[in-house]
Design a protein around this ligand. Structure first.
Ligand SMILES: [Zn+2]
Length: 326
């Protein structure tokens, strides 16, 4: 029914297709459409995110969603499926084996990272023709692989339902980057009744084909946006009357990276990063800009009873290596 070669080839094909069309969190319209098509063809009932969650629990959604829907349709999404989404990406589908047993929930994240993919001619997606066509978006956190695995696994489990027990729920979750989409699904109770809950992440330095049951050393993240306000003044006539907001933000960004060494709990592992500073782009701005920049960054911390005392190079290096993009 399903040969290893068939499923592997299909996963590679799907992963490369999704990689070519990455979509940022809450804008995964094409991705959701492709997943819905595959699961419907496998005979699964689909519930779209718009029918599941409370819209007020959605965090960090863009304001250009209609344009994103149109872009997705141009890139191969089904207009009918887009309509059913009612503006919200992601979906849940379930296989009921008809035989009493546990409910197993499997979660796959589907969004991309907001970065531009390299054009290096040695880069495999460039060589094989599946480099991102959406400038500013790239599957740099393997969620294209996660979605491809989820789609193919759903097909296999649906086809093999007569030999299984219980129910298997597939959650294709939008907006994992920035820890946004998970909150909405959690609030909707999508895993409250699950006996088992499993998820996966690809990559990070292990040989292809190696599977680890569980991971260690990863840090949770909290995002902080800070707006700096100063006092404007003429750059040439009276710069001494200004209060430079840009300078204040830049000064604050530097010691932010040292916060990990100053944790009040010496048995904790943490890392803090100033992610971006932004202000106007003009070169003729006053020397003492009165507003902005907005500084955004993240602080990650996770208590670890077995972590070596903070301040050792080993613990700091481990923390830095362990921090995922989001
Ligand atoms: Zn990821």
């Amino acid at each position: 029914m399903y040969s290893e070669e068939m499923t592997l080839a299909r996963m590679v094909e799907r992963r490369r297709d999704l990689h070519r069309y990455p979509e940022t969190g809450w804008a995964e319209y094409r991705t959701t459409s492709k997943i819905a098509e595959a699961l419907a063809a496998a005979g699964m009932d689909i519930r779209f995110t718009g029918d599941l969650i409370d819209p007020t629990s959605v965090m960090g959604r863009g304001t250009d969603n209609e344009a994103q829907e149109e872009r997705a349709i141009r890139q191969g999404a089904s207009p009918e499926i887009i309509k059913k989404m009612r503006g919200l990406t992601g979906l849940v589908a379930e296989v009921d084996t008809g035989c009493p047993g546990p409910l197993t929930a499997l979660r796959f994240d589907i969004d991309s990272v907001d970065t531009t993919e390299t054009e290096d001619p040695e880069h495999l997606p460039v060589i094989c023709g599946f480099r991102s066509v959406n400038n500013g978006s790239m599957h740099a956190c393997a969620h294209d692989g996660h979605a491809a695995v989820g789609m193919t696994l759903a097909e296999v489990i649906s086809a093999e339902r007569d030999s299984l027990r219980g129910k298997i729920r597939f959650i294709f979750q939008p907006a994992e980057e920035g820890a946004r989409g998970g909150y909405a699904f959690l609030k909707a109770g999508s895993v409250d009744d699950a006996d088992y809950f499993l998820t996966l992440h690809l990559g990070l330095g292990n040989p292809t084909g190696t599977v680890f049951g569980g991971t260690d050393g990863f840090l949770y993240s909290t995002k902080i946006d800070a707006d700096y306000k100063g006092v404007g003044a003429h750059a040439g006539a009276e710069p001494q009357k200004g209060r430079n907001a840009l300078l204040a933000a830049a000064s604050a960004a530097l010691p932010t990276s040292a916060l990990r060494a100053c944790s009040p709990n010496c048995r904790a592992s943490s890392v803090s990063t100033a992610r971006s500073l932004s202000r106007g782009l003009g070169r003729t701005a006053p020397a003492t800009p009165s507003s902005g920049p907005a500084a955004s960054g993240s602080a990650r911390a996770r208590a670890r009873a077995t972590r070596p005392a903070c301040g050792t190079s080993a613990s700091r290096a481990r923390a830095a290596r362990s921090a995922p993009p989001d």
